[in-house]
Design a protein around this ligand. Sequence first.
Ligand SMILES: [Zn+2]
Length: 147
Amino acid sequence: MKYYVPSPLISFPIWNNAAASWGGLDASLTWVNSGEHIYATNESRGNTVAWTGVTRKKGTVQDPPTPCVGGFFATGQVEVVINWTSVSSYTTAQKQGVAAHEFGHALGLAHNTSSPIKLMYPYDSNRHSAGVTTPQSDDKAGINALY
Ligand SMILES: [Zn+2]
């Protein structure tokens, strides 16, 4: 899957590091400057939305169900977004975790609430408590099952 991040953008290295965290799998994320499958960006939405990150059909402004939804756009062009306002208190690793979680959706993964906590667990607070900011073995197994 090819992804594009408009540059210069403050979230650019975060998206790139998040993509790298999905490395070594059957589906890889490659940066391109055109012809992308996934458009990665950030918005400053303040507290007007419930999400810190979202995956949605590119060009739409509607908000999917809380906190985000995925698995529906894997074969089409999608955009992944970080709400830069609501992650302002996050560490860089935690911001990267939000980006990696959204890439997981863009690759086709849904949420996973089974124990232990995985990257595709829906809530940031639980992932942060568990120290999960990168894909776990079950997350990667999910990708390899899809591709
Ligand atoms: Zn999600």
